[in-house]
Design a protein around this ligand. Structure first.
Ligand code: MSP
Length: 512
């Protein structure tokens, strides 16, 4: 079995999980499920980023020790995973000993190699953002933007990681591996960034300014600063699991690609002599009702409220259907409800209802054996052949929105096929030829539904299971065998009914 290791970013725990966090988990889960279905040995890691000044401050405000604060908020992040039907194999917290041990070992190794040095640093510092600022960060009138809060000039001694030495290596690496970052235009942005000389990276904070971090192994007066701690999680989680490393992909948001993942992380790995990941997928950002979503603006969509009301499958479907991976998207109740009603409740829901109703009414609740194909069946089968080839190909390009659109077009075509065959008329006929056609129509509807459900599996696994269930179908071990159109459903007993997605009525609007 081929190992396929995939990771999400680890979330800061100083706020609550929102739509952006949920989306990243679902996107990664869809990829993980596809690779599992294809037979890979998948290891899927997610987790939380627990150190840093903001966590220290939030804990202080609440009057509790930082570890207790992290325990509380991390539990909230962990709790959304089963709710969204996420199949992660591991959940890492950066306050765990397995992580701290590896961070310290890498720091020591790089220090011994001369890749880390101590120097004086003088600069403008924003406490709110926990970062040193440069003059280019100022507003046009010379003041500092609101988001930085109070900015003061400070001098301190810190440890630095020699990024500069690796700049040319990184340019060469990304030039040779032109598909390393998805989407491709982001790779160009990284190369653009690398046209300017890069500074060495400050990787420490003096303990008197920040206590809540991992102490340096060679200098207890300092703790590791944000990125050098957080990025290592991908490695520390599997350091004692042979065969898992390297990751096939890191899935992250566009905001943390340049420089953290595409520059710091790749250079850290290179300098430490650790094999590089296979690639990075940088997704876009959700806004809500046109506004940028953030913890501070208070317009964050609470993903679990949607899940509780409409189910994990509806939420997963919407996020994957609405967003083109790599582009930004907007989340609005109206758009959610429009897609839910038209694509899930009406289109898919209709096919399910009709298949079950008519098989109950005209075939004693048992899927019949199809007779010879005529033009409508041949057409639908041809559409299936192209749909399944196209969808599985779109998956390899992370074009899940188009893949879902194609799958739903196949469902639409099946509904049109039903209109054409009009089983309700055939059922009333006394001609044997019509009865053959009726059996063919019922078998064709059921088979199409099974096949559509098979392609929906990575995005809406619950729906697939339910549809298989009402069709009396038990899938085989090999997922790709499920894509073949055949007569495997013949004689299967079907259920009376299944309401997958109750229509959202206008009165429900804005109830979440
Ligand atoms: N802790 C760092 C990541 C360290 S990875 C070694 C961090 N945390 S975060 O909580 O701010 O963001 C976690 C992930 O959620 C990031 O990939 C980020 O891009 C993503 N999102 C946060 N808000 C988002 C949206 N509004 N929309 C989509 N994803 C967004 O950064």
């Amino acid at each position: 079995m081929k190992s396929f290791y995939i990771t999400t970013a680890i979330d800061y725990v100083n706020g609550l999980p929102h739509l952006g966090h949920a989306y990243e988990k679902v996107l990664t889960d869809v990829i993980a499920r596809i690779r599992r279905m294809m037979g890979d040995d998948v290891y899927f890691l997610t987790g939380v980023d627990e150190h840093g000044q903001k966590v220290q401050q939030s804990a202080q405000k609440k009057g509790i020790p930082p570890q207790e604060f992290c325990d509380q908020t991390s539990a909230e992040f962990q709790a959304i995973l089963p709710k969204l039907n996420i199949t992660n194999n591991d959940f890492i917290r950066t306050t765990e000993e397995r992580h701290k041990k590896v961070v310290r070992a890498i720091l020591q190794q790089l220090f011994d190699k001369g890749e880390i040095y101590q120097a004086e640093y003088q600069g403008y510092y924003s406490t709110r953002q926990e970062q040193f600022l440069q003059n280019k960060d100022r507003n046009e009138d010379g003041t500092w933007p609101e988001i930085f809060g109070e900015v003061s000039e400070i001098t301190e001694s810190n440890y630095f990681f020699k990024l500069k030495n690796y700049q040319q290596w990184l340019i060469d690496f990304l030039t040779e591996n032109e598909n390393f970052i998805f989407p491709k235009f982001r790779q160009k942005q990284v190369l653009e960034f690398l046209k300017e000389p890069i500074n060495d990276l400050c990787i420490s904070r003096p303990k008197e300014r920040l206590e809540w971090g991992i102490p340096f192994p060679f200098d207890e007066n300092y703790v590791t600063y944000v990125w050098f701690d957080a990025l290592v999680n991908y490695y520390s989680a599997v350091a004692d699991k042979p065969g898992v490393w390297p990751p096939a992909y890191h899935v992250i948001g566009k905001d943390i690609l340049v420089p953290p993942h595409a520059v710091y992380w790749l250079i850290m790995l290179k300098a430490a002599g650790i094999e590089l990941p296979g690639g990075i997928i940088a997704h876009g950002w959700w806004s809500t009702n046109g506004d940028k979503m953030s913890k501070s603006t208070g317009n964050a969509v609470e993903p679990i409220a949607f899940v509780d009301q409409y189910g994990a499958d509806a939420m997963r479907y919407f996020m994957m259907r609405e967003m083109t991976v790599g582009q930004d998207s907007d989340f609005s109740d109206t758009q959610f409800q429009a897609r839910y009603n038209s694509e899930l409740a009406n289109n898919l829901g209709n096919l399910v209802n009709r298949t079950l109703n008519m098989t109950n009414r005209f075939a004693d609740a048992k899927i019949p054996t199809a007779g010879p194909d005529e033009e409508p069946e041949t057409e639908l089968k041809q559409l299936w052949a192209s749909t399944q080839a196209e969808v599985t190909d779109l998956w390899t390009k992370f074009q899940f929105n188009t893949a879902l659109e194609r799958t739903m077009s196949f469902v639409t075509a099946t509904n049109a096929y039903i209109e054409k065959r009009a089983p309700w008329k055939l059922g009333k006929s006394t001609e044997e030829a019509d009865h053959v056609l009726l059996r063919t129509a019922l078998a064709t509807m059921a088979e199409s539904l099974r096949l559509a459900a098979t392609l929906l599996q990575p995005v809406t696994p619950g729906v697939t299971e339910k549809i298989y269930g009402v069709l009396g179908h038990t899938p085989g071990e090999v997922w790709s065998d499920e894509l073949a159109w055949d007569g495997r459903l013949a004689d299967r007993p079907v259920d009376k009914s299944l309401v997958l997605f109750p229509r959202i009525q206008a009165a429900d609007k804005n109830s979440v």
